[in-house]
Ligand binder design. Sequence first.
Ligand SMILES: [Zn+2]
Length: 230
Amino acid sequence: MAITIERNRGIIREAEEQFGLECPYCGVYAHMSPQSIPEFENLSKIKPKHIGLVFQCDACNAPVFLRFAVKQFNDDSIELYRNFIELERPKERFQFSYLPKHTELLFREALSCYSSNNFNAFASMCRRAALSSFSALGDSGKLRAFDEVMVAQDIAEIDDDSFEPIKKVIFDTGEEENLPLLNRAQAGVLLEILKDMFYQCFVRRGKLSRAIKVRRFFVQESNGGLKTSA
Ligand SMILES: [Zn+2]
């Protein structure tokens, strides 16, 4: 999205292209409309390197703050670079209540690092969260988790070379300073793989046993003549 701020005309987008983002408030990938634009006169006097714009999420009307670097100041327009920084990133969600307490705490912090684009802090916290989950799973917990991750690799069709750093972060027993450095793309894969591993090891079991408990309860109630099942 190329953006210019024009004297007397406000904000102009290249060919009026639609601009969409994942909203940090409602989580919907929504169209964003300009809501608040700094004044042209003021900007051209001060000539800041960065400019903040506020957009409005069309799904929930929340204000979304973005920071742009200035490409060029002209007499009647200010050109901005295409790339921008989202000051509030969408929060990563997970069904935390099914995780063991210790794992939950560590994984929440991992996701918060991820949302702030701190991908190697995220990897370190993933290592800790994974370790804590293995001990919660008991004797063969790590092996079981490993099997789940291998299945996930297969389903996602990720080749061994690309998957190596992800496996290292989750399962290696070495020192933390030997963790591989992850880029954004690798961190994204690690995030999805670890979510899936936790889902398979904890959430699925928790949900299923809770659902079966509820079914049994209603059967017992109706057998006791207290309730008729529909
Ligand atoms: Zn929204």
